[in-house]
Design a protein around this ligand. Structure first.
Ligand code: CA
Length: 240
């Protein structure tokens, strides 16, 4: 794998690079967040080992900026001891795994290689589709007509519930319970806000609507009808 290590402790970065190189990976390191981000976006590696405590841009910001243009690299974050909150925030922001410092180098290598085995290509079971909308559950990515769509973790969760059972109507309360679970800081109005945000993101540019409101009941997601051979656009040549 091609691995980018973003770690400001130069000695540790050197140890990690050498340990990964010994396992026949190609590894290079960057010592601050801005440089790491630039390297990751210029030439996306397969995997990034990302320290959260970095000078300049901190790791969480780097992660958010990586995920916004849907950088495909898997990310293992390194967190300082006892920073449970950071770990959770990192995973919510799209990291694939985390490791707390200090760690044994064997453990880091094992985690990196386990993430590698998860593969860059998800299997059919990891993909949910409705028309040209595709959700990759494994890497928590969504695209429509091949264009990546950046969703917040909650937006992703709402869409996942709808996509798992296309055509089924969910009441606002049921969606709340499925997505927010025990978190009581929600009401059905929250669901409406999330649905509106999702529509803005997945139905841009005149794309066929997928999420439908069922009046006084809730919402459903339906794939667009398959184009019929005798449909109005069949056989028509485009003026463009
Ligand atoms: Ca650090």
């Amino acid at each position: 794998m091609r691995i980018l290590v973003v770690e400001d402790e130069s000695q540790l970065a050197g140890h990690i690079v050498r340990a990964l190189t010994r396992r026949n990976h190609t590894a290079e390191s960057r010592a601050d967040g801005a440089e790491g981000l630039r390297a990751a976006l210029t030439s996306p590696p397969d995997l990034i080992v990302l320290d959260l405590g970095l000078p300049g841009l901190d790791g969480l910001t780097v992660l958010a900026r990586l995920r916004a243009p849907a950088c495909p690299a898997r990310v293992l974050i390194l967190t300082a001891r006892g920073e449970v909150g950071h770990r959770v925030k990192g995973l919510e922001a799209g990291a694939d795994d985390s490791l707390a410092k200090p760690f044994a180098m064997e453990e880091l290598v094992a985690r990196v290689e386990a993430l590698g085995r998860r593969g860059a290509t998800p299997t059919a079971a990891d993909l949910l589709k409705a028309g040209d909308l595709v959700m990759d559950i494994l890497h928590r990515r969504v695209s429509r007509a091949g264009q990546p769509i950046a969703l917040s973790p909650r937006e992703f969760d709402v869409l996942q519930v709808l996509l798992q059972e296309p055509g089924r109507v969910f009441s606002r309360t049921e969606l709340c319970e499925r997505v927010w679970q025990r978190d009581h800081e929600y009401d059905t109005r929250t669901v409406e806000i999330f649905i509106t945000r999702l529509r803005k993101k997945i139905e841009v540019g005149g794309a066929v609507p997928l999420i439908h409101t069922i009046r006084s009941v809730g919402y459903t997601l339906r794939p667009p009808e398959a184009p019929s051979a005798v449909g109005p656009t069949a056989g028509r040549s485009s003026p463009l």
